[in-house]
Design a protein around this ligand. Structure first.
Ligand code: NBP
Length: 383
């Protein structure tokens, strides 16, 4: 019997959490996973006592869905998404909706939109940001693709999204084809930039001002009460304070080498492709690449030791405030560069993007969330 409002395929951490979020908001979700034993585990553990139902097969799942059928994929990006789409197509009817909430490359999403349209099906590629916690309690959602699908998913999406201000959801329709995933990609690029800016502030505080970790933590805590108020600044203060089992700060013991999953790199590649000077995110991606060349850096440092004995002799508090202001100004530049890239992509692909809504969507739920002066940043971006 058709009883489920929506189905979700992919019971790793993101999928399970998003299902429980939908369940909390009153929707009946049908859960499915390639490895079906995970459906049983989920129903007997995390979903126990909830309204969530399970499916033994894709056929079983489709039969349990109200029409038009709404199916979210939260599986590993790439081939797994195409494989599931291929299996779903023969089971669905015109007007049914497939939503890909994974970190798919936007060109794949555009390709899937085109191919599913020919089959009469609606496709949505949605950015989901906020990690596991966001998925469970309110992510930022950036859906794009076939707009005809929006009226059928809007209520679910806006109910489960993070809320800011007077309850505005961090989710709105982004634009056509792969626009949702493009916006999510730029969002991730901005996150790379924000993190690099924090690293550079840390470097100046530590190596020029000679501040210790507790002093730096205090500075970030106080910055978090200014325009810089944000999740990343908040966790930086907490990370700086964090002590290891031996009572010493943990941070200096961590290898100064960063990996990457790819979305920052994709943003930089798009910037080059569309000729947009997204310099800050580009530098942040290169800084991660450079950081990973640990052995080369250690070897080079034996020949080139860098400036010796540079001691700051000016007004320490004034310099610290300059670092804060530089960080804030750089952030605004980075967001503006990200929006330039969005504008260029919109021209390139004929997308009509809702820039104001995109900026508002990033206020809550996502990793780059919460600037106290949201509205001033949004206003700056609208110029
Ligand atoms: P994973 O990215 O680890 O994906 C696990 C899921 O993909 C499982 O359901 C697994 O099924 C399925 N899967 C794999 Br792996 N290969 C498959 C294949 N060839 N065919 C069919 N299914 C396959 O899980 P996640 O970390 O929850 O992320 C889900 C999506 O959300 C990804 O696209 C990710 O990039 C995106 N995302 C993640 C985060 C985050 O913080 N983790 C944040 C935002 C977006 P199995 O159980 O049978 O192996």
């Amino acid at each position: 019997m058709a009883q489920a409002d929506i189905a979700l395929i992919g019971l790793a951490v993101m999928g399970q959490n998003l299902i429980m979020n939908m369940n909390d908001h009153g929707f009946v979700v049908c859960a499915y996973n390639r490895t079906v034993s995970k459906v049983h585990d989920f129903l007997q553990n995390e979903a126990k006592g909830s309204k969530v139902i399970g499916a033994e097969s894709l056929e079983d799942m489709v039969s349990k869905l109200k029409k038009p059928r709404r199916i979210i994929l939260l599986v590993k990006a790439g081939q797994a998404v195409d494989d599931f789409i291929d299996k779903l197509v023969p089971l669905l009817e015109a007007g049914d909706i497939i939503i890909d909430g994974g970190n798919s490359e936007y060109r794949d999403t555009t390709r899937r939109c085109k191919s599913l349209k020919e089959k009469g099906l609606l496709f949505v590629g949605s950015g989901v940001s906020g990690g596991e916690e966001g998925a469970r309690y309110g992510p930022s959602l950036m859906p794009g693709g076939h707009k005809e699908a929006w009226p059928h998913i809007k209520d679910i999406f806006q109910s489960i999204a993070a809320k800011v201000g007077t309850g505005e959801p961090c989710c709105d329709w982004v634009g056509d084809e792969g626009a949702g995933h493009f916006v999510k990609m730029v969002h991730n690029g901005i996150e790379y930039g924000d993190m690099q800016l924090i690293c550079e502030a840390y470097h100046l505080m530590k190596d020029v001002l000679g501040m210790d970790h507790d002093e730096m933590a205090q500075a970030f805590d106080s910055w978090n009460k200014t325009e810089l108020d944000s999740f990343l600044i908040e966790i930086t203060a907490n990370i700086l304070k964090y002590k290891d089992a031996d009572g010493k700060h943990l941070l200096p013991k961590i290898r100064d080498s960063a990996g990457q999953k790819g979305t920052g790199k994709w943003t930089a590649i798009s910037a080059l492709e569309y000729g947009t000077p997204v310099t800050l995110i580009g530098e942040a991606v290169f800084a991660r690449c450079l950081s990973s060349l640990k052995d080369e850096r250690v070897r080079a440092s034996r020949s080139l030791s860098g400036p010796q004995g540079v001691k700051f002799s000016g007004n320490k508090a004034a310099f610290l405030e300059d670092i804060r202001k530089a960080l804030y100004a750089s952030k605004i530049i980075s967001y503006a560069q990200g929006f330039m890239l969005l504008r260029q992509a919109a021209t390139e692909f004929g997308w009509s993007l809702n820039y104001g809504a995109i900026a508002l969507m990033w206020r809550g739920g996502c990793i780059i969330r919460r600037l106290k002066n949201d509205d001033s940043v949004v206003a700056t971006l609208r110029i």
